[in-house]
Design a protein around this ligand. Structure first.
Ligand code: SF4
Length: 634
């Protein structure tokens, strides 16, 4: 077999039984790999009756079809399970080097079921697979766990995925940390690991990946590496990482400040990429086979957080912890990022939680009596840090915040929910102000894992230099696809969601694709897939696969009772306009957005309730799902 290793590893944590199962033609040809196969396995094994934190949930690690090869950034991994945060399909995607190591050990996917009766970790060394005791690791941070397992197994080349106290304590947005700096952050996959008493997965592999046409595959890969290096956003991301976005988003008026009460705050410049490079930078690091090396290792060299360090810092931390909380000390924000890595917490969901808590406190909805005496006023970094500790340990007020902002608001009552900036399907994302970017807003509403950028943020509407009017007209039927405020976005969003789906199947990095206005598109992915596997697929065939996967994920949501009423821009961004900054006055117009949603459903072949029709599902070869959905909607 070319491309795939051909094996799914099944680990029953209840019985301790480990089995190797051939990867079926049905899965690999219809769902390709990574997120696609993960989503189908989840659909087949976890129904509405299953609680996300029960042993009946299934947890899946999936590498991709070209992972372990020299294709650009072919080293991502998707972890999938029912989400304890949203109650629907959950997944997260990480970079680093674990995925390639897992593939080189001989496995495309690992499927965990059941629950171990005590903490364990899985150790894989090529064909040797065993569950080992992890009581001595329970309570340790992800960095300590990584260090201890390396010491125990005695090989520095081992790659480790681990949870920290956040996952152990079932924080609903706990992350899984790979090599203690790359996160599967969103949707709470760390809590699912914790609920199964699975502390870590350690892997070492020395097998190679065979590709069907090595010469042409190498030529295409080299060509793509060159195109990435010569693309418009390359330099910014390569030399500054995602912190490069902070000032640019702010200058466009697209960065939410002070829990999105305004988009104007000049102090944001203190959190910019140039400050990172000048005062905190150590060196640039790359994930497997990536020409972009966007990870910026950093250290705090002065002030109260001196010595705190990390292998990368994300815009996803700087935006909510800095701009969202009005904390302008880069060192404090870096410290918060580092705590999230150590505890294993999703910095986006936690960041939005802190933004919202500060507004509740400011407005008197909660007081020091509620916060265990923590004075959580705007800009108070020490107070925010104290709450992070409390969340990870589920201590006092932190126990409530560990449930996520939506559940916390429900418990607080008194209209607390109306201060949450943006949510959809149980997850929040109040960082990029999507009120000014209508395609982005549509992606948030229709994302199959809740409010999130990585399902299909259409970079082409945000980065003018990434397209031409002719290209937009030809591919999306209108030059307005490249104008952020235009509602003519349905084809662009469907395309970008399909591109992201396929990128997650091959397990490449979205930052090197048109998602970010960059080099690789679906045609390129089709080329890599065909040359790697020897199975010819063109852009159209690949897009059909993406439609199939998106339909399966959507069907999972429908089976959980979700319909059009859940495809929303929820929270205050659904009704209030932007205040302050260049995009002031931009808002989501309800009627125009409704029309856009109709257009989107039509392109997807879904009915007016957002449910894939029987004929759409049948055309995608999903007759079994069509039958189930038809019964459900009757
Ligand atoms: S672009 Fe950055 S995050 Fe993505 S694979 Fe490359 S180094 Fe990793």
């Amino acid at each position: 077999m070319y491309g795939w290793m051909g094996i799914i590893l099944r680990v029953d944590l209840t019985s301790g039984k480990i089995e190797k199962e051939p990867l079926s033609d049905r899965l690999r040809l219809n769902y390709l790999g990574g997120r696609g196969i993960n989503s189908r396995i989840l659909y087949d094994s976890v129904g509405p009756e299953v609680d996300a934190l029960s042993p009946e949930n299934t947890l899946i690690f999936g590498t991709g079809t070209v992972v372990g090869t020299i294709a650009p950034s072919a080293g991502r991994i998707t972890v999938t399970a029912k989400s304890p945060l949203t109650g629907i399909l959950g997944d997260g995607n990480s970079g680093g080097h674990f995925s390639a190591e897992m593939k080189w050990a001989g496995y495309d996917h690992i499927v965990f079921t059941g629950k171990a009766d005590r903490p364990v970790y899985l150790w894989i060394e090529n064909d040797h697979v065993e569950l080992r005791p992890a009581e001595h690791l329970w309570g340790k941070t992800t960095a300590e766990t990584d260090e201890e397992i390396h010491r125990e197994l005695g090989d520095p080349a081992i790659k480790i995925a681990a949870i920290g106290p956040g996952g152990e304590n079932l924080v609903r947005y706990a992350s899984v940390m790979f090599e203690n700096c790359h996160a599967v952050g969103r949707t709470g996959m760390g809590a699912v690991m914790g609920s199964k008493n699975l502390k870590a997965v350690a892997v070492r592999g020395t097998k190679g990946v065979k590709v069907a046409h090595p010469g042409p595959f190498m030529r295409l890969s080299r060509n793509l590496h060159e195109r990435i290096i010569n693309s418009p956003v390359y330099k910014g991301l390569a030399h500054y990482g995602t912190p490069y976005f902070t000032v640019g988003m702010y200058r466009s008026g697209w960065l939410a400040i002070k829990n999105a009460q305004t988009n104007e705050w000049p102090d944001v410049l203190k959190l910019g990429h140039k400050v990172l490079k000048r005062d905190y930078f150590v060196k640039e690091l790359a994930c497997t086979s990536c020409p972009r090396h966007c990870n910026q290792a950093w250290v705090v060299r002065g002030g109260p957080y001196t010595g705190t360090h990390g292998a990368k810092i994300e815009y996803g931390a700087i935006a909510p912890f800095g701009a969202g909380c009005l904390i302008s000390d880069f060192g404090a924000v870096a410290k918060m990022n580092s705590l999230c890595d150590d505890y294993g917490l999703d910095l986006i969901e936690l960041g939005i939680t802190l933004n919202t808590v500060m507004e509740w406190y400011d407005r008197g909805l909660i007081t020091k009596d509620d916060t265990d005496g923590v004075d959580i006023i705007w800009g108070n970094a020490e107070a925010a840090i104290e709450l992070i500790h409390k969340v990870a340990r589920r201590e006092g007020f932190g126990n409530l915040l560990a449930e996520g902002p939506l559940r916390a608001a429900e418990q607080i009552g008194r209209g607390a929910d109306k201060y949450i900036a943006l949510h959809s399907k149980g997850m929040t994302y109040g960082i990029d102000d999507i009120r000014a970017m209508k395609g982005y807003a549509l992606n948030i509403a229709t994302s199959t894992r809740g409010a999130d950028h990585l399902r299909g943020m259409p970079g082409l509407e945000m980065i003018p230099q990434a397209s031409t009017p002719e290209m937009l007209e030809r591919r999306f039927g209108t030059t307005e696809a490249g104008i952020a405020s235009s509602y003519k976005k349905a084809p662009l969003v469907v395309y970008t969601q399909n591109l992201c789906t396929l990128t997650d199947c091959l397990e490449l990095c979205k930052y090197n694709t048109e998602f970010q206005g960059e080099a690789m598109n679906i045609e390129d992915l089709a080329g890599l897939f065909s040359l790697a596997t020897g199975i010819e697929m063109d852009e159209k065939a690949m897009s059909t696969v993406a439609e199939r996967i998106y339909a399966v994920e959507k069907a999972f949501l429908v089976r959980e009772g979700m319909t059009r009423k859940d495809d929303i821009v929820g929270g205050k961004w659904g009704s209030e306009p932007i205040v302050g900054g260049p995009a002031a006055g931009e808002r989501i117009h309800p009627e125009k957005f409704d029309k856009l949603l109709d257009e989107y459903y039509q392109l997807r072949g879904w009915d007016s309730m957002g449910i894939p029709t029987t004929s759409t599902l049948s055309a995608l070869g999903l007759e079994d799902i069509a039958e189930e959905i038809r019964t459900k909607s009757q």
